[in-house]
Design a protein around this ligand. Structure first.
Ligand code: HPA
Length: 273
């Protein structure tokens, strides 16, 4: 067995030694979007630091944990806190927990993130279902020897985001009278927000929103043929006439304000999977 598969097996065995359930849905929650777990009946909580082979936190006071339990009638595993490339993790480390989810039995991955809006129709607090993405110089987590046990050397990426989950989510949002956009997410490394010229460029090149996460997680998930659904909360607008200073605080506040809409959609979507 390869070193990666051995590590994955050890991580999975550890989690399974503490939790007998078999999660079918995995959830990754973005900045300021952690409240979904308040709805969850948490049966086990494991700090990342206790999980063998999980990335080691580079940030002081960083306190991520893996939550296992019930939500929307399903057994789920949720990451409260994700690993970002800009924190100094390798692309493969950012992706590692998604690989663990798959080993635990997860077939469907739901992702949320905070993103900057470029589409002129977007307002702060809007939701955007991601229908496709563009990687702007994010490092592909599959670079290196392919792990044939997980997926093919050259994975297809023609439909990274499940059309059927998008359709379901749109119907759910409509029934709940929640406005949602659909658009293309540009993945960047951060940690700087974009310059005015960069927001403009990304929009001209076909992106509606931009953020510092998600793309690497989606790539490994699709490598393993997981079904993926992702949604962005628009927390700031990159393209506007007036002075436009963007702060992390503003991003977090906008995410928190929009969160109930996102949570409602996720909860119902999980119930319908
Ligand atoms: N750019 C990149 N990442 C982000 C932004 C942004 O404007 N807002 C939230 N995450």
């Amino acid at each position: 067995m390869t070193a990666l598969m051995t590590r994955l097996q050890e991580t999975t065995a550890y989690i399974q030694s503490r939790y007998a359930g078999r999660p079918e849905v995995g959830i990754v929650l973005g900045s300021g979007l952690g409240n979904l777990v308040a709805d969850m009946k948490v049966e086990l909580e494991i700090p990342y630091a206790e999980i063998p082979h999980f990335p080691v936190s580079t940030v002081e006071g960083h306190s991520g944990k893996l939550l296992l339990g019930q939500l929307g009638g399903k057994t789920v595993v949720a990451m409260a806190g994700r690993f970002h490339f800009y924190e100094g993790y390798a692309a493969s480390e950012v992706a590692y927990p998604i690989r663990v989810m798959k080993q635990l039995g997860v077939g469907t991955l739901l992702i949320s993130n905070a993103a900057g809006g470029m589409n002129p129709d977007f307002k702060v607090g809007d939701l955007m279902i991601i229908r496709d993405h563009i990687s702007f110089f994010t490092v592909n987590p599959l670079i290196g020897k392919n792990e044939d046990a997980l997926g093919p050397r050259f994975p297809d990426m023609s439909e990274p985001y499940s059309k059927s989950l998008i359709k379901k989510a749109k119907a759910i949002a409509r029934a709940m009278d929640i406005e949602v956009h659909k658009g293309v997410y540009a993945g960047v490394t951060g940690p700087t927000f974009e310059t005015r010229a960069e927001y403009k460029l990304l929009h001209i090149l076909g992106a509606d929103a931009v953020g510092m996460s998600t793309v690497q997680e989606v790539i490994v998930a699709r490598h393993m043929d997981m079904e993926v659904f992702a949604i962005s909360v628009i927390t700031d607008l990159g393209i506007r006439e007036e002075e436009n200073v963007i702060t992390h605080e503003e991003v977090l506040e906008a995410a928190r304000n929009a969160e109930p809409k996102l949570t409602a959609i996720f909860r119902q979507l999980i119930a319908e999977i």
